[in-house]
Design a binder for this molecule. Structure first.
Ligand SMILES: [Zn+2]
Length: 379
């Protein structure tokens, strides 16, 4: 190759590399743009997570905290979505609460994107979409998919072994970036521990009678379609499982393991006054068995490999005729939230919370999630 042609080849390759870096860099930076959550008729104010731990102010961790306050005094229920960003039904259920629920008695405090950092990246080599679209009668809404763990840009490197604070429990290296292994957190810890600390402070300072943490799990994981309850919340969780069963919504009761540390149902129950529970619905996109991981898999939960796994009885959540549509998963979460809020006053008569307009299980299946999403107003 002559000198000039080598020069031009280098120039072309350099231009391609720069263009690729520009477009992918732009795409990654766009994930810092937070999707709107519309203040529904029940929202009385919007706070920030840094109100409970000022050290995270002006950092990516500082997420919105939505207050839905009733005219009658009562108890407080806290709902977390997005502790694991890819567990879409958890985040979406929290968004639907903010946009629809109206509180008559007591307070509902909702955090839809608990780990904001996790929404700013994707798991490498998995081929996941970075966003998905929900259609509505007036158009559509887009939401970020994210990754289960904190973005390494905000916390790096992972240690050889993760030592949970304060128990000293030893866990795998990557769990150091798992928000649901970081509770109760610590103010001088890494990013993930600081977020856990802020959320724990929220539960403590707002005197939450009950905290519900909404998640999803692999259908091949035995811990799916269940309520995981701290022992102090076992009674109310057992009653909820029976109530939901009578509505035709099967949820199992799982006791919170005492030796597995860092999860909300264990640590918030042990370190604060709250009755701590965590709910799991099935999401095939999270399981290794799935085929193409696109937007449709997140929304419909339909996948031929799961159909055949169901025939072979390898799943812990029935696949049924329709797979695991997001409507069903969100309906299941919101039905559980509704029943648990109703039961709170029955179990503890001085802790009344009354909430109306939570989207119902049947209405979600019939009308779709889009019918409960409001149109964001342009600033
Ligand atoms: Zn989870």
């Amino acid at each position: 190759m002559s000198m000039p042609s080598r020069f031009f080849t280098s120039l072309i390759l350099l231009s391609i590399a720069l263009a690729t870096a520009f477009f992918t860099g732009n795409h990654f930076m766009s994930l810092y743009e937070r999707e709107p959550v519309v203040k529904g008729p029940g929202v009385t104010r919007v706070g920030k997570l840094s109100d409970y731990f000022p050290k995270i102010k002006n950092t990516v961790a500082d997420t919105n905290v939505y207050f839905l306050e009733g005219s009658e005094p009562g108890a407080t229920v806290v709902v977390f979505g997005g502790i694991h960003s890819i567990e879409t039904a958890g985040m979406m259920s929290a968004v639907l609460l903010v946009e629809n629920a109206v509180v008559k008695t007591g307070r509902l405090i909702v955090v839809p994107h608990s780990n904001e950092s996790a929404f700013t990246h994707n798991a490498p080599s998995e081929g996941y979409p970075s966003r998905f679209t929900v259609k509505t009668s007036w158009g559509s809404r887009r939401f970020r998919y994210g990754d289960r763990l904190t973005n390494p840009v905000h916390q790096w490197p992972d240690p050889e072994i993760y030592v949970h604070y304060p128990s000293g429990d030893l866990q795998a290296d990557f769990e150091v970036r798992n928000l649901d292994r970081a509770f109760p957190g610590r103010p001088d810890g890494g990013y993930t521990e600081r977020v856990a600390y802020a959320l724990t402070e929220l539960v403590r300072k707002e005197n939450a009678a009950m905290t519900l943490d909404l998640h999803e799990a692999r259908p091949m994981n035995p811990i799916v379609n269940c309520i995981i309850a701290n022992e102090r919340a076992a009674e109310i969780a057992a009653m909820a499982v029976m109530d939901l069963g009578m509505q035709g919504i099967k949820m199992r009761l799982e006791p919170s393991p005492k030796k597995l540390r860092g999860m909300t149902h264990r640590e918030l129950g042990d370190h604060t006054q709250t009755l701590a529970m965590l709910m799991e619905t099935p999401s095939p996109a999270m399981d290794k068995l799935h085929g193409r991981a696109d937007e449709s898999l997140i929304l419909t939960g339909k996948d031929e490999f799961f159909r055949s796994a169901d025939h072979r009885r390898l799943l812990y959540a029935a696949y049924g005729q329709n797979g695991y549509p997001l409507e069903e998963r969100v309906g299941r979460h919101l039905a559980s939230v509704t029943v648990l809020i109703q039961l709170l006053a029955e179990v503890h008569s001085d802790q009344k919370v009354e909430v109306e307009n939570i989207p119902e299980y049947k209405a979600l299946q019939e009308n779709g999630i889009g019918s409960f999403l409001r149109m964001p107003q342009k600033d």
